[in-house]
Design a protein around this ligand. Structure first.
Ligand code: UDP
Length: 327
């Protein structure tokens, strides 16, 4: 039986495909290449199409023996979601509804869904636990939270089991150096810092140093993309062994400020990286750090690239050898 990876040509999805292939799984990929790259798909059977297109889904499910789905296909930029909320609600919610309708009709019973720390909003306590209050501060988080609720009702009605994985900050690149993070335009902190190290941009702009944190800059929990991918595989196996639908946080449990990340990147790259403080980015909570105790205990998840130095080293290895991403 095959596993369908929606959004498998994107950053996290392509690392998922690599993990599945390493494990000897049969992989089918569906991606509209809106932000993914064909070149990022290192194996498996790729279909180019949109998840909101039911005909494409019927073709994929009819032509392959698929028993489970891992869904990464979404828009995921906090800043953009504040400006274009309807784009986020359409692409991130309608796509999953269409996918679930097709799964129901083709009798596919398992889905692992990419969610986000942005579902929590400004947390009441740190580290964040899965049953803490969810109150998103941006439409991106809101769109993912809406899908989490839809999944719950689809389990009750259609017996489609789900595992929701709430990622903290995905980063790093595959150790092979063959795949990595390539967004256009790039908005994420670590790739932007590394572009500054490479002289592709003049400086890294720090979005606000007046937050209620030690150095005033935002604190995030950075987690390596291969460790994330590995958790999906464990989640899928748990469901196939009879595990009930549930939610897991995925992070390293340690927070780093924007300034600390820049400092580590200076050491790892041994390059000058200019920085400049500007205003806050709307929608950003001050501090997001995960408790991943539940994933560690229930999934046996064991992150292999947990240190921020190691994460930035793998990202640096990708960026310095792919100055123009996949182009
Ligand atoms: N950030 C920043 N400058 C940038 C990009 C990001 O200071 O050019 C900050 C951002 O405000 C946040 C952190 O870096 O506090 C991580 O942002 P990113 O966009 O990488 O991930 P997000 O937290 O939005 O998922």
């Amino acid at each position: 039986m095959a596993i369908l990876v929606c959004g498998g040509a994107g950053y996290i999805g392509s690392h998922m495909v690599a993990e599945l292939l390493k494990e000897g799984e049969e992989v089918v990929i569906l991606d509209n290449l809106q932000s993914g790259y064909k070149e990022a798909v290192i194996g498996g059977k790729l279909y180019i199409g949109d998840l909101r297109d039911r005909a494409v889904l019927d073709k994929v499910f009819t032509e392959n023996q698929i028993d489970s789905v891992i869904d990464f296909a979404a828009n995921s930029l906090v800043g953009e979601s504040m400006i274009e909320p309807l784009k986020y609600f359409n692409n991130n919610i309608v796509s999953v509804m269409t996918l679930l309708e097709a799964m129901r009709d083709h009798k596919v019973k398992y889905i692992v869904f990419s969610s986000t720390a942005a579902t929590y909003g400004e947390p009441e306590s740190i580290p964040i636990l899965e049953d803490d209050k969810t109150n998103p501060t941006n439409p991106y988080g809101e769109s993912k939270l809406a899908v989490e609720k839809i999944l719950k009702w689809c389990d009750a009605a259609y017996d489609i089991k789900h595992t929701v994985l709430r990622y903290f900050n995905a980063c790093g690149a595959h150790v092979s150096g063959k795949i990595g993070e390539a967004h256009n335009p790039e908005t994420h902190l670590i790739p932007l810092i590394l572009q500054a190290a490479l002289g592709k941009r003049e400086k890294i702009v720090i979005f606000g140093d007046d937050y209620d944190t030690e150095d005033g800059t935002c604190i995030r929990d950075y987690i390596h993309v291969t460790d994330l991918a590995n958790a999906h595989l464990l989640a899928l196996r748990r469901m196939k062994n009879g595990g009930e639908s549930t939610i897991y946080n995925l992070g390293n449990g340690t927070g780093f400020s924007v300034k600390e990340v820049i400092e580590v990147a200076r050491k790892v790259t041994d390059r000058e990286i200019k920085s400049e403080v500007q205003g806050r980015r709307p929608g950003d909570p001050a501090k997001l750090v995960a408790s991943s105790k539940k994933a560690i205990e229930e999934l046996g998840w064991n992150p292999q690239y947990a240190s921020i130095e190691c994460i930035i080293e793998t990202a640096w290895n990708w960026h310095k050898n792919h100055l123009n991403g996949y182009k």
